[in-house]
Design a protein around this ligand. Structure first.
Ligand code: SF4
Length: 288
């Protein structure tokens, strides 16, 4: 029987990532003689990072004490202190924080200012969450970062005593994580304000992929293992059907027998996966 291989409509670059990549390239072509660098990797994809390096756009592992030219803040955002440090080092700041991430930061600040005990649903070490937290703690020390109920349990008495609890969510979190945290907080709070800040692009990608998974023998998720939204996607889909998470088409050969045994295969990709990587996965699957 010929294989039925489908590609998700929402696979690949979200608007925030596309905007970041295009803007940085334009910035370099408009300022060819200026030093243009990005604090951290612009997106979680080594091919795109190499392409930017070849254009002369460097990714800084850490901020130097002295610099010149333009330093780009990537879509994850940064803390107010880091913005200051970039300026103090001598750079001009170019802020490419995704508008959806900015909304989470603003909501977190608003809740902290208004006396809510703030719960940020997300991974504490993720750069986006680090920046949201840093923005909120300027206004209140009542801030917890949690991606599971276990973490919140340590604060249950404090949360109960405070009565007013506000929740914001890392843009790429799974809705199931938000739901379990809200279920836990509901009996503790007199007032519970939930800002579901999972971004529209993440929700649409997850919803479409779940539908595809229901009718597929195998889901192929393409994207960096360092990317939060890609790993979450693979996690969600593996509860529905057999799922593999690969970074490039070369890895498909490891899963040869799984692919040969599947008649209906669907492919999706994380927000930082470029079109050429997705295309080569589709081509290789057709060869199988
Ligand atoms: S995943 Fe959402 S929040 Fe993150 S860059 Fe893309 S659009 Fe922005």
């Amino acid at each position: 029987m010929p294989k039925n291989i489908k590609l998700a409509k929402c696979a690949g670059f979200c608007y925030g990532v596309r905007r970041a990549v295009e803007t940085v390239k334009n910035l370099k072509s408009e300022n060819p003689d200026k030093n243009i660098c990005v604090l951290g990797e612009l997106i979680h994809n080594s091919q795109v990072i190499n392409e930017l390096e070849n254009l002369g756009i460097k990714s800084l592992k850490e901020l130097p004490s002295n610099g010149d030219g333009i330093c780009v803040v990537r879509s994850h955002g940064e803390s107010p202190e880091v913005f200051e440090q970039i300026k103090n080092a001598g750079f001009e700041v170019f802020d490419l924080t995704c508008p959806d991430v900015k909304k989470v930061q603003q909501k977190a600040i608003e809740l902290a200012k208004n006396g809510y005990y703030l719960v940020i649903v997300g991974k504490a070490q993720h750069p986006e969450v680090v920046a949201i937290n840093a923005n909120a703690i300027q206004y209140s020390d009542k801030v917890i970062v949690a991606d599971s109920v276990d973490i919140l349990e340590q604060y249950s008495n404090e949360l109960k005593a405070h009565k007013k609890i506000g929740v914001v969510v890392q843009t790429t979190q799974m809705i199931s994580t938000l739901n379990s945290i809200v279920n836990y907080l509901t009996p503790l709070a007199k007032e519970l304000l939930i800002a579901n800040t999972i971004c529209g692009s993440t929700s649409a990608r997850q919803t479409e992929a779940k539908e595809l998974a229901k009718e597929s023998d195998l889901m192929v998720v393409v994207g960096s293992k360092k990317s939060a939204n890609t790993t979450h996607l693979a996690e969600i889909l593996s509860d529905i059907t057999k799922t593999i998470h690969i970074e490039t088409a070369d890895e498909l050969s490891i899963y040869k027998s799984l692919i040969n045994n599947a008649n209906r295969i669907s492919v999706t990709a994380g927000a930082s996966t470029p079109p050429n990587v997705i295309n080569s996965v589709m081509e290789k699957l057709q060869e199988f």
